[in-house]
Design a protein around this ligand. Structure first.
Ligand code: NA7
Length: 555
């Protein structure tokens, strides 16, 4: 189907539920809400569905979770009929899958593109959200569901003179739809996180010269991507329900091979051989070779050292190899990069690595990047500098809850939520994979499905009980965030400066707000809350509101 044929022309002025964002989360949410009999629609800022998979069209963009897992599980026919071609799906393939989902469930009529939400204000008297877009559409909705994604606000660092640069400028997180050719061009390339490590080898294949500006060397593991055979897919699909359940029960909702021993409790020979095996297999399983790698610094160091030695064997110039070696943060505390030919790219004569820690960028001029000791002449500039993650998209919208309280104020110190699903003082506002939930430290599709189903069930529960308002209690929210912190502090995650902690953005309050207690433990928490009559939520029928626990006891 051609999307434009089925797209609606006019945004309804009143709906039961409004979803912001047409990525994996928003699309499934829309489907569930419609199935529950609600009038619902999506407002999407982009001119295309797909969220992250629409914006990140840079060369080499792929998912770092295997395709047979990084896909919806809610519909048996859907998961059987779709054919994935590679172990790690490319951006175009994932976008085709998303289109297929929109066709299959006839979602197009309720998706409004080019409709960036600028404000969402809760009306205390009428108990509805008034949502406004940048172009002036206004929608009133009882329920507002933010499916705005954890990595959707690109981060462009402020660098002196950057506005004077006269060549083309690209950001990996907002890549043009039309193909970009780097043939014969001199490229300035800033950033070596997951996106940078995926894009660089392909850009370097074409370009005449690439200057790579690295601030922090990362831990990179071979993806070992390969085509998926029909036979393998058939076997997985035959057992899909059982496998999905098994994957969901793992700590991060992904069926990675998991070692059940501690790194320092095996001999060095055995340890190296296990790391070598995981390195050869490729993928995120390297980080789970031993049970304690993300818990114990000394254990973690054995894996980091293995990677550093690998860099020595791949990169010919020892000075370049040394610069590429990650020191100072634990392996996995910043997201592991799954790569193809990344380290090998630095053996090419026309690729030069510059450490911005040794020689910081001082200025961008009309045709160059200037550091303290050199001017690098370039024709175009690629920022692979990541995102204002976790909170950027929500805080870009003027959200005001009860009594006009701004979300920016409520989250001034940190993004407080109850269960990553709701925010005290913001009635009927739900967040899908919000801070305080497993979100980006899980198979995010598993986490999306958990949240979408929980929210849809919650709204149905309200309607069946003759209620129409739900809100997190301040106390339960504070207790939940303390719980999130307690678990996080048992791990090495909070010890790194990363987008997980917000430390990648100047001036952003830094703190780790991801629930790392495991996706199945988290699912159990959600179920318990429901069984206890939505414990920790305040449920009401507009006014007056009644403590849910009181309701539960009374009934
Ligand atoms: P990341 O992982 O945040 O990587 C951004 C990179 O850009 C990282 O190497 C940063 O260095 C670097 N950066 C940021 N600002 C600067 C400045 N001012 N100067 C030099 N270098 C800078 O974003 P990605 O897009 O790669 O990946 C995000 C996630 O998307 C990824 O994990 C997948 O889940 C999908 P730093 O490490 O902060 O020192």
């Amino acid at each position: 189907m051609n999307t434009s044929e089925a797209m609606p022309l006019v945004i309804p002025s009143r709906v039961d539920a409004l979803v912001v964002g047409a990525g994996f989360a928003g699309l499934y949410m829309l489907h569930k809400l419609r199935r529950s009999g609600l009038r619902a629609c999506i407002l999407e800022a982009g001119d295309e569905v797909g969220g992250t998979w629409n914006w990140n069209r840079y060369p080499g963009a792929r998912c770092d979770v295997e395709s047979l897992e990084y896909s919806y599980s809610f519909d048996e026919d859907l998961q059987r009929e779709w054919h994935w071609t590679e172990r790690y799906a490319t951006q175009p393939e994932i976008l085709s899958y998303i289109h297929h989902v929109c066709d299959r469930f006839d979602l197009w009529p309720d998706i409004h593109l080019n409709a960036r939400v600028s404000s969402a204000i809760y009306g205390d008297s009428e108990g509805r959200w008034r949502i406004e877009t940048e172009r002036g559409d206004i929608v009133f909705a009882r329920y507002l569901i933010m499916a705005t994604g954890c990595l959707s606000t690109p981060n462009v660092p402020v660098i002196k003179g950057q506005q004077n640069f006269e060549g083309d400028v690209y950001h990996t997180g907002k890549w043009p739809k039309t193909p970009v050719s780097f043939k014969g061009r001199r490229v300035g390339f800033i950033g070596t996180g997951s996106s940078g490590c995926q894009a660089l080898p392909l850009i370097a294949e074409e370009a005449a010269k690439v200057f790579v500006f690295q601030r922090t060397a990362n831990h990179c593991i071979p993806a070992n991507n390969y085509p998926l055979s029909d036979e393998y897919q058939r076997r997985v699909k035959e057992r899909y329900p059982e496998l999905r359940a098994k994957w969901r029960s793992t700590p991060i909702g992904i069926g990675l091979p998991r070692g059940n021993r501690f790194a320092l409790c095996v001999s060095e020979i055995e340890r190296e051989s296990l790391y070598q095996h995981r390195w050869d297999v490729g993928g995120g399983g390297f980080a789970t070779t031993f049970e304690d790698l993300i818990l114990d610094r000394e254990a973690n160091e054995t894996a980091a050292e293995f990677i550093r030695k690998k860099i020595d064997t791949i990169v010919h110039d020892p000075r370049v190899a040394e610069r590429l070696k990650p020191y100072g943060h634990a392996m996995g505390a910043k997201r592991l990069c799954l790569v193809t030919n990344y380290y090998e790219t630095f053996n090419l004569d026309h690729v030069q690595l510059i450490s911005t820690r040794e020689t910081p960028i001082e200025e961008i001029t009309s045709d160059a990047i200037r550091t303290r000791d050199h001017e690098y002449k370039i024709d175009c500039l690629v920022y692979a500098t990541g995102f204002d993650a976790m909170t950027g998209a929500m805080l870009a919208i003027n959200i005001q809850g009860r009594n006009g309280r701004a979300l920016r104020e409520a989250w001034a110190d940190r993004p407080n939520t109850y269960l990553g699903l709701m925010i005290a003082g913001f009635p009927n506002l739900f967040t899908i994979t919000g801070p305080g939930s497993p979100s980006v430290l899980s198979n995010v599709i598993v986490s999306i499905e958990q949240h979408v189903e929980w929210i849809a069930n919650c709204i149905s529960y309200l309607r069946e009980s003759g209620k129409d308002t739900i809100e997190a209690s301040e106390d339960e929210q504070a207790a939940w965030m303390a719980h999130v912190d307690r678990i996080a502090n048992l791990t090495l995650y909070p010890t790194a400066k990363s987008w997980y902690t917000g430390a990648n953005i100047d001036g952003k309050p830094s703190g780790f707000s991801i629930y790392v207690g495991g996706t199945s433990t988290y699912a159990a928490e959600l179920e318990q809350v429901v069984s206890a009559g939505y414990k920790g939520f305040i449920i009401g029928s507009h006014e007056p509101s009644v403590e849910c626990s009181v309701l539960a006891v009374a009934s």
